[in-house]
Design a protein around this ligand. Structure first.
Ligand code: F6P
Length: 308
């Protein structure tokens, strides 16, 4: 998000716009936490995860009173357009402000990569790489100790992080909300891997599945021999967020941030700025608000074939 803030600010300053940063997201709009931003204010942040402006999940903004207060504050600073960098919740908020007539442009940013209107969201590549690094480390212990590891990663109700990291990490099983693998099926696949002579096995689990790593461990507790391998679980949780962004994420954030400024300058409001096939694209907020995009079935099939 820092790289996106930098790109929005510097490209807007280049067009002689005045730029303000809003602290703590929508909550900051309500609490009047605005600060002018110049080119130096956004220096030295491109390599940092998170957002130097801060972020918050705002209950008040979900109510009409909160949104009206936000609009009053925007008007009192003479602000003529707003860029909202965020995922589903944030872009639903963008849509609400936009419906009230305020010029808003969304920038697709969430580690979950579950937004319509973009092929990829800011942060997801970094989160995939953090998950992958964990998988690689665990595989080393797995091989040395002849163990299987369950690795649970984030992603809310979308299996993108688990699927991508699992494929890139050569996982034996990948379980996602879109294609959940039951505990008994995991046991069968691990047993088969053991009997094929594998020295380790990795099971990647998305946080949104019903049979999460705790449940699977419970299930295996009944009969430890059923998988062959000794089994351990690691829940990555918030560790997958906040890492220094990958080159791709910095590039994506830069393109989308500049794309948002271009939209504001053109008077193209009420859209989400996303990325598809190497191009910046724009989709009406009403088409993406309140919807989440699952991973494609082709990836599910790929994971099954490659686990052999
Ligand atoms: O949407 C991003 C995300 O990190 C999800 O992957 C995860 O389910 C959720 O946010 C965690 O939210 P919180 O930080 O509020 O616990």
């Amino acid at each position: 998000m820092n790289a996106a803030i930098r790109a929005v600010a510097r490209s807007a300053l280049d067009l002689n716009m005045s730029v303000y940063g809003v602290r703590q997201g929508f909550q900051g709009l309500i609490e009047d936490q605005f600060r002018p931003l110049n080119a130096r204010d956004v220096g030295g942040i491109i390599h940092l995860g998170g957002t130097f402006l801060g972020s918050a999940r705002s209950k008040e903004f979900r109510e009409e009173r909160g949104r009206s207060k936000a609009l009053r504050n925007l008007a009192s600073h003479g602000i003529e357009g707003l860029v909202v960098i965020g995922g589903n919740g944030s872009q639903t908020g963008s849509y609400m402000l936009s419906k009230l007539g305020f010029p808003v442009v969304g920038v697709a940013s969430t580690i979950d990569n579950d937004l319509y209107g973009t092929n990829i969201t800011i942060g997801s590549d970094t989160a995939v790489n953090v998950t992958l690094e964990a998988i690689d480390h665990l595989r080393t212990t797995g091989s040395s100790h002849n163990r299987a590891f369950l690795v649970e990663t984030m992603g809310r109700d979308c299996g993108y992080l688990a699927m991508m990291a699992g494929l890139a990490g050569g996982a034996e099983v990948i379980s996602t909300p879109e294609a959940e693998v039951s505990a008994s099926e995991i046991a069968e696949r691990l047993r088969a891997a053991y009997e094929r002579g594998k020295t380790h096995a990795i099971v990647v689990i998305a946080e949104g599945v019903k049979d999460n790593s705790a449940r699977i461990l419970d299930y295996f507790e009944k009969d430890k021999r059923m998988v062959g391998f000794e089994l351990r679980a690691t829940v990555l949780g918030h560790v997958v967020r906040g890492a220094p962004p990958t080159a791709f994420d910095r590039f994506l954030a830069t393109r989308l941030g500049v794309g948002a400024t271009v939209s504001l300058a053109r008077g193209q409001f009420g859209v989400l700025v996303g990325y598809e096939a190497g191009d910046v694209i724009r989709t009406p907020l009403e088409d993406i608000a309140g919807r989440t995009k699952p991973i494609g079935t082709e990836l599910v099939e790929l994971a099954r074939v490659l686990a052999k």
